[in-house]
Write a new protein. Structure first.
Length: 399
């Protein structure tokens, strides 16, 4: 939360608005001072007991100390402030779409290897604003199968005395029994675990099928293959909410020609094509494009065409009038100015912009508005409960 010290703003972790706390400085970054609450003198009525045993050490969660309704209100305030700083106004009817159960939602976890002073081996997550790692054995925002898989691989690797492990990535099938795993060794790309080590881990997970290449992923009657080196929404339940909002805004149907920018493996692309629209999907990661083309064959879809490359370069090859609408879901850094420039040149009538960072989202929306678009609708989808991360969706139309 933001406090003031001698008139200057200080971002205080693990505090809530209205509280009186003791805090210790935690440095500066990009002109912003940070501190961490070490003692709560006057608590907010919205303060609750965190569920994670390593909360306050692990940097993965930031809001477990806040009641969930308060978390949603805080996130709305963050989005409103980000928009106002660029001269925009979040539509007053913009909903904040939270979860009925904001726990155990992550279907993917990436864990760093750490060795304790006793020589014991663990997997963990980075400490808050640090490169050091805190061991993690219980993490209530991850699917329980990931938590179990984490311990199974840890004990199997320890028993075998494997050295040089850097990290472990686990992804579970939302509606299946597959557990997709991959490891990385320090300075040894391509090296993987011995089959015997994996077998020991599998013995501890008799209800799961360990997968080392790809796994099944599906929704709304569509099927995909997912790898650990390709992006997938980590909150499967809220992904369905997010995609429904995006499709409601986009209104795809027969005769519509849609651009899907930063398309990944094509999940949104095929959901749009399922409504009868023709889709051009643009993605820079060739592995994701390969899986996207596989998905078109799995789903017998002829209405999605994948283009491999950077968005700005792909858009530069298109002609005005080829597409009437676009959906874009860029990484946290937002869109390159050149990509926004090409979008403005092409001028599709309708844009649906999905973002996981309110600041870069507001920045890009303001540029699109100055280029002739108008924000018509917006929604906040809580994809990351217990953290300060925020997902927003905006509908823009040419004015």
């Amino acid at each position: 939360m933001v406090a003031r010290q001698e008139g200057k703003a200080v971002f205080v972790y693990y505090a809530l608005p209205g509280e009186t706390v003791e805090a210790e400085p935690r440095g500066r970054r990009a002109g912003v001072s940070f501190a961490r609450a070490t003692n709560v003198l006057e608590a907010s009525p919205d303060r609750v007991q965190p569920r994670s045993p390593q909360y306050g050490e692990c940097g993965g969660c930031h809001l477990q100390h806040a009641a969930y309704e308060r978390q949603l209100a805080l996130k709305r305030r963050v989005v409103e402030d980000a928009w106002s700083r660029t001269g925009l106004r979040l539509p007053p009817d913009a909903p904040v779409l939270g979860m009925e159960d904001p726990w155990r939602y992550r279907i993917r976890g990436e864990f760093e290897a750490v060795f304790g002073p006793d020589g014991g081996f663990h997997f963990g997550l980075h400490r808050l604003r640090s490169h050091s790692v805190v061991p993690v054995h219980v993490c209530p925002i991850h699917d329980l199968r990931i938590e179990r898989g984490l311990e199974a691989f840890r004990s199997a690797i320890s028993e075998a005395g494997v050295k040089g492990i850097q990290n472990l990535t686990l992804t579970v099938e939302p509606e299946g029994s597959g557990l997709l795993w991959s490891v990385r060794f320090e300075g040894r790309p391509g090296l993987t675990l011995d089959a015997g080590v994996v077998a020991v881990a599998a013995d501890q997970l008799p209800d799961l099928h360990l997968l080392d290449d790809s796994m099944s992923f599906g929704f709304w009657g569509l099927g995909f293959r997912v790898r650990n080196d390709t992006f997938v929404q980590t909150n499967y339940r809220q992904m369905l909410v997010l995609y429904q909002v995006a499709l409601d805004y986009l209104e795809p149907g027969p005769g519509r020609r849609v651009l899907d920018l930063f398309s990944g493996i094509g999940t949104i692309s095929l959901a749009i094509a399922q409504k009868g629209a023709a889709v051009t999907a643009v993605e820079e990661n060739p592995r994701a494009v390969q899986l996207g083309r596989l998905a078109t064959r799995i789903n017998a879809s002829r209405d999605v065409t994948f283009v491999t490359g950077r968005v700005e370069r792909a858009l530069n090859q298109l002609r005005i009038g080829e597409h009437d609408s676009a959906v874009l879901d860029p990484p946290r850094a937002g869109c390159e100015p050149a990509a926004l420039g090409e979008l403005l040149r092409l001028g599709p009538e309708r844009l649906v912009y999905i973002s996981c960072d309110p600041i870069t989202h507001a920045r890009d929306l303001a540029l699109l508005v100055r280029g002739g678009y108008r924000v018509r609708r917006a929604a906040i989808v809580d994809m990351f409960p217990q953290t300060y991360h925020i997902e927003t969706v905006a509908l823009l139309e040419r004015s």
